[in-house]
Design a protein around this ligand. Structure first.
Ligand SMILES: *Cc1c(COP(=O)(O)O)cnc(C)c1O
Length: 365
């Protein structure tokens, strides 16, 4: 054809469809579809963001030094091994950009984050979806899928949209089984929420390996999704490669300033964790009590399963809840057509969801 064509793979991408945020005709809407923080960001982060408005004519600090130093202090890490990005999305994109050769395989799990195959295809890679066991990543299945062409293994831990996690002992076993030429990417976007003794985000493994990186985000616990801010901790040689291909000013000043204030406001983080812990278990119990199956989650959302009976399906429930201004996330695109994902909300939103589900099941009976 006599017109420019994108590289092979690009047109195989099914565009990412974000969670919806509107319920037409409903006065009050509770957006529980994108795993955003119900408590919002630290007021100190908002103040830092506003203060940065005074100097918008200046380019940002391309090295993002202040934020890397603050993250280093908060986690006891060497800032030289940290790279920041415009959301962890940016970092996942940089990883595939820098490391994939055409035809390289990128492993992700069956119900893993949809951005992994999108970035793989965008850079000439071949996404390989590996089956899960009980909606949980299965280390043996991942290892069985590894070939000489495997370049990246993406593991969201905890995973979105299932909310399940892999204990650290299993993550280490996965790493031991991988060839040296493959990078293990631990996407720990929800790490702060996890209250389990056998969980670790992977800092120790990164520190002691040449082929493991960990990605974190300010979009979830820090409530700064609008600003697009994430960071990656990795071996020096990988951070060096990513720094060569990133945009020179991929993090803007207001975002960086807000990020520093957010990470230094430990009390706000603690409060957000406590809120989530309380309401995650309340929602799990209440919704389970209605007779709906809920996948046990360690993150800030949970997966609710619906029957296939006409009038009672996930789509029916979604329509019913939307009419009440309660926006959940359909996850058919993640291979889960009979489930909805619910983000833990404010106390008011959580109570409204449980009442609405009760009414939905009652009217469908
Ligand atoms: C929300 C989320 C992220 C964070 O993405 P940002 O680009 O930082 O907003 C990363 N990974 C997973 C699995 C997520 O659900």
């Amino acid at each position: 054809m006599a017109r420019p064509q994108p590289r092979p793979g690009v047109l195989d991408i099914a565009p990412y469809v974000p969670g919806k945020s509107k319920a037409p005709g409903v006065a009050r809407v509770f957006k529980l579809s994108s795993n955003e923080s119900p408590l919002g960001p630290s007021p100190k982060a908002v103040a830092a963001y506003k203060a940065a408005a005074a100097r918008l004519e200046e380019y940002p600090d391309g090295a993002v030094s202040e934020l890397r130093a603050a993250i280093g202090r908060a986690f006891g890490l060497d800032p030289e091994r940290i790279i920041c990005g415009a959301g962890s999305d940016d970092l996942l994109n940089l990883l595939t950009h820098a490391y994939l050769r055409d035809g390289d395989e990128v492993i992700h799990t069956e119900h893993g984050f949809l951005m992994y195959p999108i970035y793989a295809l965008g850079h000439g890679g071949k996404p390989v979806a590996v089956r899960e066991k009980d909606l949980t990543a299965d280390v043996d299945a991942i290892l069985a899928a590894v070939t000489a062409r495997t370049r990246i293994v993406f593991l969201a831990n905890p995973n979105n949209p299932t909310g399940t996690y892999v204990p650290f002992s299993e993550v280490k076993r996965l790493h031991r089984g991988l060839p040296e030429h493959a990078i293990l990417v631990l996407d720990a976007a929800y790490a702060e929420y996890v209250q389990r003794n056998d969980y670790e985000s992977g800092i120790e493994l990164v520190a002691t390996s040449e082929n493991v990186v960990m990605c974190r985000t300010f979009s979830k616990i820090h409530g700064l999704a609008a600003l697009r801010l994430g960071w990656l901790y990795g071996p020096g040689h990988i951070v060096d490669a990513l720094n060569r291909v990133r945009g020179p000013f991929n993090v803007n000043t207001p975002a960086m300033k807000a990020g520093v204030a957010a990470i230094e406001d430990a009390a706000h983080v603690e409060m957000s964790i406590a809120h989530n812990t309380r309401w995650l278990s309340w929602l799990t119990r209440e919704i389970g009590g209605l007779g709906l199956k809920v996948t046990p989650s360690v993150a800030n959302f949970l997966l609710i399963h619906f029957p296939e009976t006409s009038g009672r399906t996930a789509v029916d429930a979604d329509d019913f809840l939307t009419r009440r201004g309660l926006i959940l996330r359909r996850v058919a695109g993640y291979g889960l057509p009979n489930a909805l994902r619910l983000t833990v909300g404010t106390e008011e939103a959580n109570r409204l969801v449980v009442q609405a589900l009760k009414d939905f099941l009652g009217q469908a009976a």
